[in-house]
Design a protein around this ligand. Structure first.
Ligand code: AMP
Ligand code: MN
Ligand code: MN
Ligand code: MN
Length: 288
């Protein structure tokens, strides 16, 4: 596959905080011209078999995927895994443990919101969660929009769900070493998701990249729906500087909410970069 391949290696289904099923996403990917697809649900591989089979039936090349929540230097970092064996018991068990605290966290978030007069948020968020083990801030945001407390999802995050706000509950996610280890041990490649989103200082970012690479991480998202055009240029330079493989994905969650549709990123990887999919050729599930 060439550097200009329409690869979309980052998106979410109802198995985490997306609003479309793995099958509906596969159909949307095909319709939107995706040539290589990966479903990367948060902390969960429960949609992989369905995605793989739907892709195969549609004649779409597929890589297994996941987006793991990690706590690094007191902040949340997301690590995407691509092309791993989704039946490997170590990643399956590691992800189960990572999901573990979400229920109790959601209860606490609901208590925080009740203090500012928003009641029934836990039950309300749960109704939006296709997978109760994966109840997330996104589901709370959808509940608050549904009940007219806010106009849209980003407004809910600004007013209620980010640090210092009433519905925010700090949480300890997976360790960077573990997340990268699960992916690599299962035969995949670990990729730093949307590096531009973390608000790290250059020193913090250097620490993240060097520790990530020391644990066996090899890739970084350059072209993503979560980056501005300037950040895509910046992280292309970062990929070159650290000799990291470059990835590309929309981070699509929902037709109503996402800025970039599945398969509709405008930018391609610049010719100087090494696309992560070239290093994963042998892990691609080709259609029959
Ligand atoms: P959680 O894993 O429960 O902390 O939820 C994180 C998810 O919330 C992310 O994967 C995004 O889908 C969503 N999210 C985080 N920040 C924002 C934001 N500022 N606006 C909209 N969605 C956001
Ligand atoms: Mn999400
Ligand atoms: Mn993310
Ligand atoms: Mn994502």
């Amino acid at each position: 596959m060439h550097p200009q391949t329409n690869a979309d290696l980052h998106c979410h289904s109802t198995v985490s905080d997306g609003t479309l099923s793995p099958q509906a996403l596969a159909a949307r990917a095909k319709a939107n011209g995706v040539e290589l697809w990966a479903l990367t649900d948060h902390d969960e591989v429960g949609g992989q078999q369905q995605a793989l089979e739907a892709a195969r039936a549609l004649g779409l090349a597929y890589l297994t995927g996941v987006e793991i929540s990690v706590t690094f230097a007191g902040k949340v970092v997301h690590i995407v895994g691509l092309g791993f064996d989704h039946h490997d018991p170590r990643i399956v068990e590691g992800l189960r443990a990572t999901r573990g605290g979400r229920g109790a966290r959601a209860q606490e978030m609901s208590e925080g919101l009740a203090k500012v007069g928003i009641h029934g948020a836990y039950e309300g968020a749960l109704r939006h969660a296709g997978n109760p083990e994966l109840i997330s801030r996104t589901h709370f945001a959808r509940f608050l929009v549904e009940t007219g407390q806010c106009g849209d999802v980003p407004e809910v995050f600004r007013r209620f769900l980010t640090e210092g706000k009433p519905g925010y509950v700090p949480h300890r996610w997976a360790a960077l070493r573990d997340a990268v280890g699960w992916i690599v041990d299962a035969g995949g490649i670990a990729v730093i998701a949307h590096p531009g989103r973390y608000g790290f200082t250059p020193t913090e970012e250097y620490a993240l990249i060097t520790e990530f690479m020391a644990h066996g991480g090899r890739g970084i998202e350059v072209v993503t729906g979560s980056h501005t055009a300037a950040e895509m240029v910046q992280y292309a330079d970062t990929a070159l500087e650290f000799d990291l493989l470059a990835s590309r994905g929309s981070d699509f969650h929902s037709p109503e909410e996402s800025r970039v549709d599945l398969g509709r990123l405008e930018q391609h990887l610049s010719g100087k970069l090494k696309p992560v999919w070239n290093a994963l050729e042998y892990r691609i599930h080709w259609p029959a």
